[in-house]
Design a protein around this ligand. Structure first.
Ligand code: RET
Length: 257
């Protein structure tokens, strides 16, 4: 049977879960689609095409997992290879776009993106190896994650160049979403069969699918809610500093350095 040859670990339930995940991501595509089609918005300033990568790549990844592609069994554990590819492509966009909103210095954004990619790659190593290597990779991934959060919570506000109140609000909403939701991923990993086995493979698939949709679709929705920032008739971000304030009150204004 063809599906068995391609997909030794697929079963009906996980297929259903991934199918629901695909539908969730299609919702995200629709939200970014509205932004792209809204002619009152400057899609260049909003970088909506880049934003589209987030739900679009995830939809492809989930659709392929629905059909069992990229799922494999290694060391007795089920691994969703496409999921890591999805994370490798889309999480840097999520992290980078948060910086784009308040025009954070590029070097700082690249730093956060690099840490994010390190987190995903070492996370993949942790998932596909055993023993010391697994836990070593898990530790490196977790450290990269913590340093990335430090960059987003401390360095982003300090190195932001466009801090109008509206941009600051969008920035805080997106960043805090990342800061809170993403902490659950390593917890789910630890509870899954690859970690301490407290949750089954199917349970893990359900939790991660829910998390992936929650991390992507509301993110796009929040940008949609704040789309006024990217109206065509507004001054360009670099000039629009009339009501500039520090991103967080305890942080000095970006102009200070
Ligand atoms: C792993 C295991 C190793 C330790 C850490 C992890 C963190 C993963 C994260 C993933 C975020 C994914 C998102 C997907 C959106 O669709 C790899 C689970 C720290 C934070 C936001």
């Amino acid at each position: 049977m063809i599906p068995d040859v391609l997909t030794p670990s697929i079963n009906g339930f996980s297929s259903l879960v991934y199918g629901v995940g695909t539908l969730g991501m299609l919702l995200g595509i629709a939200v970014v689609g509205w932004l792209l089609r809204d002619e009152t918005l400057d899609s260049e300033a909003g970088q909506f095409r880049v934003l589209l990568v987030i739900p679009a790549f995830a939809a492809l990844s989930y659709a392929s997992m629905t059909f069992g592609l990229g799922l494999f069994t290694l060391n007795g554990y089920d691994v969703g290879g496409m999921r890591y590819l999805d994370w490798l492509v889309t999480t840097p966009v999520l992290v980078g776009y948060v910086g784009h909103v308040v025009d954070v210095d590029r070097s700082v954004v690249y730093g956060a993106v690099g840490l994010d990619a390190t987190m995903i790659l070492t996370g993949f190593i942790a998932t596909t190896t055993t023993g010391m290597l697994r836990w070593g990779a898990f530790t490196v991934s977790s450290l990269a994650f913590l340093v990335m959060l430090y960059v987003m919570f401390v360095q982003y506000p300090r190195r932001a160049n466009t801090t109008t109140p509206e941009r600051r609000r969008l920035f805080l909403r997106l960043r805090n979403q990342v800061g809170v939701l993403w902490l659950l991923y390593p917890v789910i990993w630890l509870a899954s069969p690859v970690g301490f086995g407290l949750v089954s493979t199917l349970g893990t698939a359900m939790l991660v699918t829910f998390m992936d949709v929650a991390a992507k679709v509301p993110y796009a929705w929040v940008v949609h809610e704040h789309r006024g920032i990217f109206r065509n008739d507004r001054t360009s971000p670099g000039i629009d500093r009339s009501d500039s304030e520090p991103v967080e009150s305890e942080v000095p204004a970006a102009t200070a350095d």
